[in-house]
Design a binder for this molecule. Structure first.
Ligand SMILES: C[S@@+](CC[C@H](N)C(=O)[O-])C[C@H]1O[C@@H](n2cnc3c(N)ncnc32)[C@H](O)[C@@H]1O
Length: 277
C-alpha cells in the first residue's frame, strides 16, 4: 500500500509541471504572503535560512536576494518541485542557495543551524504537524524565528471554492480527514499558533493577509486552476471527460463575475504565523 508520504511526493512531483507553467500567475498571487513572512524575519545580509516545503523556491529565493552574504537551504518532499526552484534561481542569478529533498518532520540538519525558517503553504500537507514543528524549533538557533502561512476557511477563498464546488456537483467529495493532508487542514484560527507554543516558541503572532489571483480571462483562470491546485487536480481525476467539460463550463461562467476590464481577479485569504525560539 502507498504511504501518505509517498502519495504526497508523487502528487507534488506531478503538479510541478503546472507550477512551472503558471509560475508568474502563482507567484503574483502569493507574493503578499511571501512578503509578509519575509518582513517578519528581520533578514540580515549574512542570514542562514531554511525554507521548508519550498516547492518552486518561494519565499526562500526572496530571502536569498535579501541576504547576499548569507545562505538559504530550500527543502521539499518532491524533487521535481525543487528542480523548478533550481531553474528559477538560475534564471534570477541567485547563487547562495542549495536544495535538499527531505520531509519536514525529519530534517537532515544539526541543532541550532538556522537564523530563520519559513514554511509558505506547506504545513497542511505534513504527516505529523507537532513533529514537524519540533523539527523547525530544533534547527533554529535561540532567538531565531519561524514564519509560516496557511489558507483560512474555504468560504474566504473563492479562488479555489468556485472550482471545487463545481467539481463536487459532478462527484460529491467526502469531508476531509482532519489528520490527512488537505489544503484547509490548518484553517482554524489558532491552529498553527498552538503548535508553535506547544513546541516552546514565544512571542507568537498570527494575522490574515489578502491575496488576489489575477488571470487574463475566465478560461485562463480555469486552465491554471485545473493544472496546479492540489485539491482541484485530485478531484478532477475522478471525473470522465464529459463531466470535466461541464465543470469547465460552469466555472468559466461563474468566474466571469470577477472580470474587470482585461483582468479577472479572484480573491482569497491566507494566515501568517510568526514565533521566536
Ligand atoms: C502549496 S506548495 C508550496 C510551495 C512554496 N512554498 C510556495 O509557497 O510557493 C506545498 C509544498 O509542500 C510540499 N510538501 C508536501 N508534504 C511535504 C512534507 N512532508 N515535507 C516537505 N514538503 C512537503 C510539496 O511537495 C509542495 O512543494
Amino acid at each position: 500500500m502507498t504511504s501518505p508520504f509517498e502519495s504526497q511526493r508523487t502528487a507534488w512531483d506531478a503538479l510541478s509541471t503546472g507550477w512551472e507553467k503558471w509560475d508568474a500567475v502563482i507567484m503574483g498571487q502569493l507574493a503578499p504572503v511571501g512578503a509578509a513572512l519575509v518582513d517578519s524575519l528581520d533578514i540580515a545580509e549574512d542570514q542562514q535560512h531554511l525554507d521548508v516545503a519550498a516547492g518552486t523556491g518561494e519565499p526562500g529565493l526572496t530571502v536569498a536576494r535579501r541576504a547576499p552574504k548569507g545562505h538559504v537551504v530550500l527543502t521539499d518532499l518532491a524533487p521535481q518541485m525543487l528542480d523548478v526552484a533550481i531553474r528559477r534561481a538560475r534564471a534570477q542569478g541567485i547563487t547562495n542557495v542549495e536544495t535538499r529533498t527531505c520531509s519536514a518532520d525529519d530534517l537532515p540538519f544539526a541543532d541550532a543551524t538556522f537564523d530563520s525558517v519559513t514554511v509558505r503553504f506547506g504545513y497542511m500537507f505534513f504527516p505529523d504537524l507537532a513533529r514537524a514543528t519540533a523539527e523547525f524549533v530544533r534547527v533554529l538557533r535561540p532567538g531565531g524565528r519561524l514564519a509560516s502561512s496557511v489558507w483560512v476557511r474555504p468560504e474566504a477563498n473563492p479562488w479555489t471554492t468556485i472550482a471545487v464546488q463545481a467539481i463536487a456537483k459532478e462527484a460529491p467529495q467526502a469531508p476531509p480527514d482532519p489528520d490527512r493532508p488537505h489544503m484547509y487542514r490548518c484553517a482554524a484560527p489558532g491552529c498553527i499558533s498552538a503548535l508553535y507554543t506547544a513546541a516552546g516558541l514565544h512571542d507568537v503572532v498570527e494575522w490574515d493577509v489578502p491575496v488576489v489571483l489575477v488571470t487574463r480571462s475566465p478560461a485562463e483562470y480555469w486552465a491554471m486552476i485545473s493544472e496546479h491546485v492540489s485539491l482541484a487536480v485530485a478531484a478532477l481525476q475522478q471525473l470522465d471527460e464529459p463531466a470535466r467539460a461541464r465543470v469547465a463550463e460552469s466555472v468559466i461562467a461563474e468566474v466571469a463575475a470577477y472580470a474587470d476590464g482585461d483582468e479577472v481577479g479572484v480573491p482569497g485569504m491566507a494566515r501568517c504565523i510568526v514565533g521566536t525560539r
